[in-house]
Design a protein around this ligand. Structure first.
Ligand code: ADP
Length: 374
């Protein structure tokens, strides 16, 4: 009987519980035993109570719950080979040789590394007397399947990550609240949103709330000049009769010399224009709350496909990532996607902003170009 473990790792995102529920139930439906690994990679290292066999009813009500009910953690030890060896020992002890990981690019990179090292880790566990040859015989290979849980929508090769639309919804709701009071007092608001290397949340929220201006990392604003441009746009909108201004700043926003553009700086530029300006940093409310419908169905369909991928994979199949492209659930080699994701951050670091934008999905680029030119 195939034993599959499912875990969440890295930053939490709404919809992770829907994914765990789908893996547990699809696994049981296909005749597997399914385990939940609690507390991310820490659970793999510690084993014991943190590896729990899940039954159908254990995930009842998990579909819409925010956060991750099986916990997540940053785990430094898993970055070390000895830590991964300990994790391998715990999995073999439970008879588990397939792992579905829902996390960001860091978690998925760790998972792929774990898989590639697995045969040598098992060999060492036999050499040091932890297991006998017979005991490890059924566990020659580890199967890894990745699901992307991230509110930033920062993974290349997939249109949306589990949690991104929930965070976007939350931001839009908050900006709507802010707009009401801003219009009453004719104020300007600088709204800071999450997104360290990825401006998707800022861009999409900007379009969905008719913000005056956005700052994102992929299109760095011209250093020393962006203030004038921002003032010109906000002024023009006021002249057309707007009673408020909204500027959305991604937390990773940069100028073209790679200096951070902070909410304070944006506020100062608006005050210089004579606008009564306030800053709202949305912070962790963006992560919280129930998952929106999009994230529920995305995580459910992807969780089911993750189980199918586990059952169909051979030792030679590169670890797949379950994504979505043009409304179709797809599989692509996990490391290809991670590599593409890293190249966006590299392009930004090398001030090649045209490349950074071109590496994002085409839909994103078009939206960006249309939005910024207003
Ligand atoms: P995310 O998955 O959201 O990108 P992190 O980068 O913090 O978040 O990764 C989450 C966890 O995954 C880390 O705490 C660590 O245990 C593991 N991890 C990340 N990168 C690696 C790596 N290169 N090798 C091994 N484990 C890693």
């Amino acid at each position: 009987k195939k034993k599959i473990a499912v875990m969440t790792s890295g930053g939490d995102s709404p919809g992770m519980n829907s994914a765990v529920r789908a893996v547990v139930r699809a696994g049981i439906y296909y005749g597997c035993d399914v385990y939940a690994v609690y507390e991310g990679y820490e659970g793999l290292l510690k084993g014991g109570d943190l590896l729990k066999k899940m039954e159908w009813q254990d995930v009842r009500g998990w579909l819409s719950e925010g956060g991750t009910l099986i916990g997540t953690a940053r785990c430094m030890e898993f970055r070390e080979r000895w830590g991964r060896k300990q994790a391998a020992g715990n999995l073999i002890r439970e008879g588990i040789d397939a792992l579905v990981v829902c996390g960001g690019d860091g978690s998925l990179t760790g998972a792929d590394l774990f898989r590639s090292e697995w045969p040598s880790l098992v060999k060492e566990l036999v050499e040091d007397g932890t297991f006998t040859e017979e005991q490890v015989e059924p566990y020659k290979n580890l199967t890894i399947v990745g699901l992307v849980g991230s509110i930033d929508n920062d993974m290349s090769g997939t249109d949306s990550t589990i949690g991104a639309y929930s965070a976007l919804e939350r931001i839009c709701e908050m900006v709507d609240y802010i707009d009401a009071t801003a219009k009453s007092h004719s104020r300007a608001f600088v709204v800071e949103v999450m997104g360290r290397h990825c401006g998707w949340l800022a861009l999409m929220a900007g379009i969905a709330t008719a913000a005056d201006y956005i700052f994102i990392p992929e299109r760095a604003a011209p250093s020393g000049e962006w203030q004038k441009e921002l003032q010109r746009v906000c002024q023009a909108h006021r002249e057309k009769g707007r009673r408020n201004n909204t500027v959305i700043v991604a937390e990773g926003a940069l100028d073209d010399k790679l200096n951070p553009i902070t909410s304070e700086q944006v506020k100062d530029a608006l005050i210089e224009l004579g606008l009564d300006t306030k800053i709202t940093t949305l912070g962790h409310v963006q992560r919280g709350g129930t998952a929106v419908a999009h994230d529920r169905w995305l995580a459910t369909l992807q969780g089911v496909d993750a189980v199918k991928a586990v059952l169909e994979m051979t030792p030679d199949t590169p670890s797949p990532l379950i994504g979505i492209l043009e409304n179709k659930i797809i599989r692509m080699p996990l490391m290809e996607s991670v590599k593409l994701t890293k190249s966006v951050a590299d392009a930004i670091e090398h001030k090649d902003f045209d490349k950074a934008i071109s590496l994002r999905d085409s839909e994103f680029i078009e939206l960006y170009e249309n939005f910024i030119s207003t």
